[in-house]
Design a protein. Sequence first.
Length: 587
Amino acid sequence: MYIEDAQLKEFLKDSGLVSRADFDEASEEAEKKKLPIGKVLVKKGKITEDELRKIQAYVLGIPFVDLKTQKIDPNILSMIPEPVARTHNIVAFKKGVGTLEVAMLDTDDLAAIDFVRKKVHLKILPRLTDMDSIKAMLLQYQKSLKAEFGDLIQKDTDALMDIAADKPVENADASDEKDLKKMAEDLPIVRIVDTLLKHSIIQGASDIHIEPQESQVLVRYRIDGILHDAMVLPKNTAGSIVARIKVLSNLKLDERRLPQDGRFKVEMNNEKVSLRISILPTAFGEKVVMRLLKENISGFTLEGLGFHGDALEDVHKALKQKTGMILTTGPTGSGKTTTLYTMIDILNEPGVNISTVEDPVEYQMARVNQTQVKPEIGFTFSTGLRALVRQDPDVVMVGEIRDNETASLAINASLTGHLVLSTLHTNSAAGAIPRLVDMKIEPFLIVSTINVVLAQRLVRKLCDAKEKYYLNKAAIATLGKTADLDKILQALHTEKIVPPNTSWEKIPFYKPKPSANCKDGYSGRMGIYEVLRVDAAVKEMVIQNKTADEIDAYAKKNGMLSVIEDGIFKAAQGQTTIEEVLRVVSE
């Protein structure tokens, strides 16, 4: 938007939003570089872009609207198509007599205003808003899309039920491949499968379960680690839906006695999603599980994943090493792969050659040489790793260490000048060491190579709307039986989360507060971690064949937060709940 720089300077000088020294410094730089003072202040971090917009709105006399917590009528919101709203950062929020108020980030975007005016045939009244408000409105578009998809599925389901009524149930699972292909191409089936995929992507599901029952087909989505019933389809649709998924995955249509695995990709809202398919015969038909993997995962940071304090510092130090091993541990679905890929993203620089051997290749990354293992033809982790070390890599990622041969090769790779990243299936960080010993790896090789071992779980994050409460003495005593509260409190003080000398009775905790935009009070997930630094004392304990419990006790005594303690730390920050942490850790 156009605003005289002199007007903005005058307002900023008198407003007290920035100090006199910062204003003078920015003013001098703006004159020297011929830039608006507002841009200079934003660049220097003295004010945010949203604060600048509010200032500009005030100076120009344009109303500023905050829509972050407002629920907009879907009929008004839909007056501007979602792609236009997303591209031009413009949303309709209030309709008057012959007028439509729109919220924008840039009221000088005349092309967008003109497009909306011609579409709705109303006078457009532009209002300034901030990025958080635009994001909240775009999320409401998605909520209304869910209802639209639900209606579409119901419509096509009704059509299929009509078809099924005319077709004997015993012929619904035709064994002839030609018949199966025809079933997979029926328009209602195509639309139902497409809609299931779109619906799951919008809801942020990580998995889709299509489960044949005795008299129906149950569809469930796993969202933030929890399975939710999504819909029920007629039993007669089972064969056609599975056939459609097999066609998309390039699997054998007439094979229903053996498990099959495949994959395919879809694109929605300019976002590519890779789907990993698993089909398993059950008593009532073939069960399908589809794992959804967003292909572009760059931009994650360790801090964003939930690392903090000494744990964050230990991982960063390990990543700066040119040799050695970093191991991540935890059960299936605990986010180990995402953590490894985030580390690779940090290491992924022009001067570094990174190679991986995985099963499967879950995310595709630019400038990273990724290899898919194929055990059926003898291409295993060990054979892949043996080949990788002859490819002059600096960093090697092995998807999982499963056996002695892979473990030995990974150890040797780290001894010969490579940084090796990998995963193990153990419940704790300390448990990784005896696991390697079980794989016949000599203790002296373990201590020569491993830099850090981390264990992790995923907990659901609280939405912005949440209920505050305080722990009473009985609750504190109960919690103290499962975690070292003094150590957690010390970490909260050290990282300046709470003021010094604050007691547990004065630290607020939160409970989920379900709302229209946040069904069960949670949205998204984050990691809780324990990071075992393999220092001189730990190395000595490994050489002496100490147990995992003894190593774990030493690490905790020396400041390592356990997974549950890190979870309570994050609950004290208001990011999750104590109940959610206990649920995940006890699973």
